[in-house]
Ligand binder design. Structure first.
Ligand SMILES: NC(=O)c1ccc[n+]([C@@H]2O[C@H](COP(=O)([O-])OP(=O)(O)OC[C@H]3O[C@@H](n4cnc5c(N)ncnc54)[C@H](OP(=O)(O)O)[C@@H]3O)[C@@H](O)[C@H]2O)c1
Length: 347
């Protein structure tokens, strides 16, 4: 894209651990490339371990396009791969458990993975695919990791990659799976609206429970040339792609350009005291008016807690205590029974 904003921060991340979901390609991969060169221990949390291993190698051997920038001088960090399939709540629980077992800290969590799919489908947990991949899986992953993130503070950050599309979304409480009215657009917009409402509600609950040291962000990366449309087969889209491709560099960002706002929210000092806001082009942007609807937001939180099978707790502090106890217990059981096959636990 001809005119775009880059993250100017020179911050280094030596000693910091960053988790990026869906980091084997697109915006997530470019975010990993940047943060690795800033010295971070970067975890690629991906569903396809083979693809992610190849990405890890590629990220280590190829620097960002401007390697001479001050933030990339000094030793790079590490890149690791963890298996995470957001379409399976059991996989989300197992990945969180693995992280508790093997990582001493989680300083930055970037919920980046996302998908768009033309045809209606359901996950093994019985939820519409976009709803679970883009929203439910990340909601559960974040809450399971929250005690760990809290213990890694201060200065920890949680970034939810949403989209401008959230402005066009509604939460369909009577049919969250959109079984009766599925369209790709409606499902995507609903899931991306849920991402920003989750960010806002998590921030409110952290504040209410006097939990300091964690800030949250939601992000619109811009219109970015990635593989996100791989599950869309409509002729109209294909024709538009052929017609518009020669002009794309004028108004579509590269993946590296598309990663800049996520990187800004992950590292910049300017936003280190801000929390719960929405960003595009490395600056705060306007959120939908729905963020003022406290009833809607509370209802979404409660419904989501039921869907991901977490026990309702009015106070976040109580919830975190319970989650930590259950995750650690389940890590202990795994260690004790490392020879046996453990059924997925209901953390
Ligand atoms: N591109 C844009 O113009 C644009 C605009 C606004 C917002 N966004 C948001 O930006 C984020 C990154 O998208 P992108 O454009 O970089 O798309 P992308 O290139 O398609 O990358 C998406 C990533 O998500 C992963 N993913 C999909 N389903 C998953 C699952 N069940 N479990 C774990 N990982 C899964 C993919 O893994 P596989 O490779 O295994 O499929 C891939 O690594 C998404 O949240 C998207 O909604 C993108």
């Amino acid at each position: 894209m001809l005119f775009h904003t880059s993250c100017k921060s020179k911050e280094r991340l030596v000693g910091k651990t960053v988790i990026i979901t869906g980091a084997n390609t697109g915006i997530g991969k470019e975010t990993a490339r940047d943060l690795y060169r800033r010295g971070a221990r970067v975890i690629l949390a991906c569903r396809d371990v083979q693809k992610a291993d190849a990405t890890a190698k590629e990220v280590k051997s190829n620097p960002p396009s401007q390697p001479n920038k001050e933030q990339f001088q000094g030793e790079p960090g590490e890149v690791l791969v963890y298996q995470l399939d957001l379409c399976s709540l059991a996989s989300v629980r197992n990945c969180a458990k693995d992280i508790y077992k093997k990582e001493s800290a989680v300083n930055i969590l970037i919920n980046n993975a996302g998908m768009v799919i033309e045809s209606f489908g359901k996950t093994e947990d019985g939820f519409e695919t976009q709803l679970q991949t883009n929203y439910l899986g990340h909601f559960l992953f974040t809450l399971l990791l929250l005690p760990k993130i809290r213990a890694s503070g201060p200065g920890c950050r949680i970034i939810n990659v949403s989209s401008l599309a959230h402005h066009y979304g509604d939460i369909h409480f009577d049919d969250l799976n959109l079984e009766n009215s599925y369209t790709m657009k409606e499902a995507y917009c609903q899931s991306k609206l849920a991402n920003v409402l989750f960010t806002v509600e998590l921030t409110r609950r952290l504040k209410e429970a006097n939990i300091d040291g964690i800030t949250t962000y939601s992000v619109h990366p811009g219109m970015v040339k990635t593989d996100i449309s791989r599950n869309i087969h409509s002729y109209l889209l294909r024709i538009m792609q052929v017609v518009l491709t020669p002009f794309a560099p004028l108004f579509v960002k590269t993946s590296e350009q598309g990663a800049q706002t996520t990187i800004y929210c992950a590292v910049a000092q300017e936003c280190s005291k801000e929390s719960g806001l929405y960003y595009k082009d490395c600056a705060v942007a306007n959120l939908t008016n729905k963020v003022n609807d406290t009833e809607l937001i509370a209802k979404l939180w409660n419904e989501t807690m039921k869907m991901v099978r977490l026990e309702q707790e009015n106070n976040l502090e109580e919830l975190l205590k319970k989650i930590e106890k259950n995750v650690l217990q389940s890590v202990d059981d795994t260690l004790k029974n490392s020879e046996k096959v453990i059924p997925p636990s209901n953390i």
